[in-house]
Design a protein around this ligand. Structure first.
Ligand SMILES: Nc1ncnc2c1ncn2[C@@H]1O[C@H](COP(=O)(O)OP(=O)(O)OP(=O)(O)O)[C@@H](O)[C@H]1O
Length: 290
């Protein structure tokens, strides 16, 4: 199937008794897919496995038809992907150009002139052509993150793995970064992990929710939002029966959970749906741990 870039089956990875990944089945195609989940859900582990930074204990996957099970396949997978890790290690004295060039060397772009052209191209792509000579330590957090994205784009990979790229960015920088992710997702498969439900609502055509090493939801952002249809309401008083409730700027309380009879229902958000998916797992996790 040409529209499948990544196909994974039965991926599991345990750290001692911690089940960081448990039997993950996954197919990814072009566009931006969001990966949501609470701390410790296994998101980074899944991204690291797919980026071939760490091998799974069990299961297998392919990227653009290449199987990282063999050394040759692993090399092909690495050539096909770009990875922006959670904490990209920058050398503060490198310029933006030098940093991306260094990554390009690691990606085996050996022809110097061609490599330098590619470095300039990806820096232009993230709108940093002008500051390519500036040292990393002189760049803002948002710019540094864009340099890391440029490095991931070296070689025009078909699969882009982005681990919480908008963390720590101010709202304006985050918007700017969203534009770049959306652009990168045109005709390319992007897997984006985030704690920002807003990033997912605004960028992604598909969303996965992970918890306890498993994928617990797989659908469109609209489908995730629809999980909370009829379960968000507004009232003048705090409802102690709600799973979540807070007073908003209007002075009214916004509640999520099972509404009391006659409650004034309000439009749910993707975050409400996400909260309810996780909430529905409480019983399951207790079962799994037993
Ligand atoms: N190298 C490691 N050694 C031991 N345990 C680990 C290791 N890496 C991850 N874990 C554990 O595996 C589980 C999944 O971690 P992971 O970092 O993948 O979650 P996450 O969803 O990315 O969380 P966060 O949102 O906090 O980054 C956690 O319980 C974590 O403590």
């Amino acid at each position: 199937m040409s529209s499948t870039t990544v196909s994974a089956s039965g991926l599991s990875l345990h750290y001692g008794r911690i089940r960081a990944l448990e039997d993950v089945e996954l197919r990814l195609g072009p566009g931006v897919t969001g990966l949501l989940g609470p701390n410790g859900a296994g998101k980074t582990t899944l991204l690291r496995v797919l980026a071939t930074a760490v091998p799974a204990d069990r299961g297998s996957f392919t990227v653009l038809g290449h199987d990282p099970g063999s050394a040759r396949g692993r090399q092909e997978v690495r050539r096909s992907l770009g990875y922006l890790p959670q904490t990209p290690g920058f050398h503060p004295d490198f310029t933006a150009f030098e940093f991306v060039d260094y990554v390009a060397i690691l990606k085996e772009l050996t022809d110097r002139a061609g490599r330098h052209r590619e470095v300039r191209r990806v820096l232009e792509e993230v709108d940093l052509g002008e500051v390519r000579g500036r040292r990393m330590r002189k760049l803002s957090g948002g710019m540094r993150q864009r340099v890391a994205l440029a490095a991931a784009l070296v070689g025009d990979p078909g699969f882009l793995v982005l681990d919480e790229p908008t963390v720590g960015l101010d709202p304006e920088q985050r918007m700017r970064f969203r534009e770049l992710i959306a652009r990168a997702g045109e005709g390319r498969t992007v897997l984006l992990s985030s704690h920002q439900t807003e990033d997912v609502a605004m960028l992604c055509h598909r969303v996965l929710v992970m918890a306890g090493g498993r994928i617990r939801f797989d659908g469109t952002p609209a489908e995730l939002t629809a999980r909370a249809a009829g379960r968000v309401w507004s009232g003048a008083e705090r409802d102690p029966g709600a799973k979540a409730g807070w007073r908003t700027g209007t002075g009214f309380f916004r509640h999520v959970g099972d509404p009391p009879p006659g409650a004034d229902l309000v439009e749910p958000s993707l975050e409400d749906g996400y909260l309810l998916v996780l909430d529905g797992l409480d019983g399951l996790d207790a079962e799994a741990a037993a």
